[in-house]
Design a protein around this ligand. Structure first.
Ligand code: MN3
Length: 197
């Protein structure tokens, strides 16, 4: 069954001025849509056509013959997840079990945010920074291009897209400003907490 581009969970102008409607028009309407279209074309008529997105990602990870399918499947998943990690009027700090897990793993919320911002700022070239659940603890990781921590057995809780297409129209080369706005004004901690196993 073909995959479809999910609707954004908010209006295209809802994240402005931190992420503009123009950025979301291109990022969701062109980039994310393009990954979905290419994925569908690549799996049509193959034994992957009836698999879930997660099954396709895990089945093609690390296979040089299937790198095109992996890239488009993972980018389809990563973007659907990224949209949900933000909301209008987001930011602040998590509470409850998530806050306790963050304190246990990183010492404090500030230490955690510093580590995650640093991972996002220092990912060389295109990629993603993540908060993941790894067994009983939380970790910050970064991945190159389309890579997703689920292929390493880690459960994504939060991601920041640091491909240039995520911020260039609004911030040009100033990636740290985009990352700062993401955590100060956009991150949806309720969604992040809901992803914990
Ligand atoms: Mn992107």
């Amino acid at each position: 069954m073909a995959f479809t581009l999910p609707e954004l969970p908010y209006a295209k102008d809802a994240l402005a001025p931190y992420i503009s409607a123009q950025t979301l028009e291109f990022h969701h309407g062109k980039h994310h849509a393009g990954y979905v279209t290419k994925l569908n074309a690549a799996i049509e008529g193959t034994d992957l056509a009836d698999k879930s997105l997660e099954e396709i990602i895990k089945a093609t990870a690390g296979d040089p013959a299937k790198v095109g399918i992996f890239n488009n499947a993972a980018q389809t998943w990563n973007h659907s997840f990224y949209w949900q990690c933000m909301k209008p009027g987001g930011g602040g700090q998590p509470t409850g079990a998530l806050a306790e897990k963050i304190d246990a793993a990183f010492g404090s919320f500030d230490s955690f945010i510093t580590e995650l911002k640093n991972a996002a700022a220092t990912q060389f070239g295109s990629g993603w920074a993540w908060l993941v659940q790894d067994g009983d603890t939380l970790k910050v990781v970064k991945t190159l291009n389309a890579e997703n921590p689920m292929t390493a057995g880690q459960k994504p809780l939060l991601t920041v897209d640091v491909w240039e297409h995520a911020y260039y129209l609004d911030y040009q080369n100033k990636r740290p400003d985009y990352i700062g706005a993401f955590f100060t004004s956009l991150v949806n901690w309720d969604f992040v907490a809901s992803q914990m196993a």
